[in-house]
Design a protein around this ligand. Sequence first.
Ligand SMILES: Nc1ncnc2c1ncn2[C@@H]1O[C@H](COP(=O)(O)OP(=O)(O)OP(=O)(O)O)[C@@H](O)[C@H]1O
Ligand SMILES: [Mg+2]
Length: 244
Amino acid sequence: MPDIIAAENLSKSYGSNKAVDGLNLHIKKGEFFGFLGPNGAGKTTTIRIITGILKPDSGTVAIDGNASGDKQKIAQTIGVIPESRGFYDWMTAVEYLGFFADLYGIAGKEKEGRINSLLTEVDLLKRKHSRIGTYSRGMRQRLGLARALINNPQILFLDEPTLGLDPQGQEDIQLLLKKLNTKGVTVFLSSHLLNEVSNLCSRIGIINNGVLIAEGTVNELREKTKLDKDKTLTDIFLNLTRNN
Ligand SMILES: Nc1ncnc2c1ncn2[C@@H]1O[C@H](COP(=O)(O)OP(=O)(O)OP(=O)(O)O)[C@@H](O)[C@H]1O
Ligand SMILES: [Mg+2]
């Protein structure tokens, strides 16, 4: 099967700081990929490069066979929850999703239907005419997910989608992601909640100081560390990132 995400030899520096250093990532259609690394390791920079927001100093990215120059094709294929989320507090959820539907050229009955079904999916239907400024953090995160799904993307990129959510809010998002992945959506998830990652992800990549230091299933990563079977992904992560 061809890769749905192929990133080859990506590098990006800020001054003398190498944020991403010769990174290769290959992800197959339908995978639930977990992207881990300590603060400042280069996760957000990598996601911004792969999703076409940031130009790398060197290296190439192909999304479903489309090179990063083909911005329109890529925009149709992906949905993104970025690290810093800008909301328009004065808009209602319907206005907000409508704004993004317009950007993708979704109109008429299709637009109305898509917005209502997404708002149902993220449990915001009852608040659809409330201003976003009155939403709680969890509601905003769920609205962000609805926004990322407006174009029915094949790949969803999520940069810490459950940050700051209570356990219920975390679970709501996790269940939605699981459901989407079961329907065939490829998920690229960056998270510091290692419990969340080990529950959801079929494969994990660990980045440290801009370098991909390990890749595999939780068991494969555990074998690499030679840690006992009872050790969690947190133990494995700490072992790998401390020794590299
Ligand atoms: N716009 C920028 N200008 C200068 N340096 C930057 C910029 N964005 C990121 N960096 C630097 O690049 C490195 C990687 O940052 P990045 O945000 O990719 O890390 P991260 O893995 O997403 O971290 P976190 O877990 O804290 O979100 C850091 O050293 C950071 O300071
Ligand atoms: Mg980040």
